[in-house]
Design a binder for this molecule. Structure first.
Ligand SMILES: [Zn+2]
Length: 255
């Protein structure tokens, strides 16, 4: 992020137009990443209607989504503060989506030759495409919750069997830990779109939102209504999927 030793890059008109589009889409992109991440996702537990339960029900969240959010956060924070410093007309908001909106409002009034804008287009574009990439990609790393020995967060490469805590060296059986996290999360509710996005890495299989909706309509998957939304419980989806797989395998074996 330092520009001291690199030649200054001016912001040309096409870069400026591209940047304005990317900044306009960043708040939505951050929303998508949050859903993909699910760490702070507003899951609803029975009897806790509408209350966020993310902190008490950790899911094996995606480290790449977390990293993509951090990358956008760093870029937007650095440049919005640089511009605020230069223009002197107030400070940007604390949140990343707010900083994207703030930058988008200020950018048209800052000349492309201003040194504070040097490197901005490349930095935002890189973070933007990294985030876009995460949304359409299976997870590379899994979060495994806190280390039982030292309490630090543990994550591992997707598919690994044994993970080691980088802080204390304690070892974790990855399939067992993921199954345990999944079991604890079985009572969580989400709508069809949320589960379609989360299942590939939470449950290790893919189901379209459409398939979940149809299974619900046909009475094969229990449906619940919370706050006017039709939602499904993770445990029910896992049971439904296991039954579906057994049926498919049976059909296949019987020719
Ligand atoms: Zn540890």
């Amino acid at each position: 992020m330092t520009t001291e030793n690199t030649p200054q890059e001016y912001l040309d008109d096409s870069q400026r137009a591209q940047l304005m589009t990317q900044l306009a889409q960043t708040p939505d992109l951050l929303g998508e990443l949050d859903t993909t991440l699910a760490r702070d996702h507003r899951f609803t537990l029975p009897g806790q209607t509408g209350r966020p339960a993310g902190s008490t029900q950790p899911l094996p969240y995606r480290v790449d989504a977390s990293d993509a959010i951090d990358a956008l956060h760093v870029v937007l924070r650095v440049y919005s503060y640089r511009i605020a410093n230069r223009t002197g007309d107030g400070w940007p908001p604390e949140d990343t989506a707010g900083q994207a909106r703030w930058l988008r409002q200020r950018l048209p009034f800052v000349a492309g030759t201003e040194p504070v804008l040097s490197g901005l287009a490349h930095a935002v574009t890189a973070a933007y495409y990294r985030a876009m990439d995460v949304i359409d990609r299976p997870p590379e790393r899994w979060h495994l919750g806190a280390c039982a020995a030292c309490g630090n967060d543990i994550d591992c490469t997707a598919g690994e069997q044994i993970a080691e805590c980088v802080h204390c060296g304690d070892q974790v059986n990855v399939p067992a830990r993921r199954a345990e996290m999944l079991r604890r999360a079985a009572k969580l509710f989400g709508d069809a779109e949320e589960w379609a996005r989360l299942l590939p890495w939470v449950g290790g299989f893919s189901v379209t939102a459409d398939a979940l909706t149809k299974a619900g309509q046909r009475g094969k998957l229990p449906r619940y209504t919370i706050d006017g939304r039709i939602v499904y419980q993770l445990g029910d989806i896992l049971d439904w999927n296991a039954a579906r797989l057994a049926r498919l395998t049976g059909v296949y074996l019987n020719g």
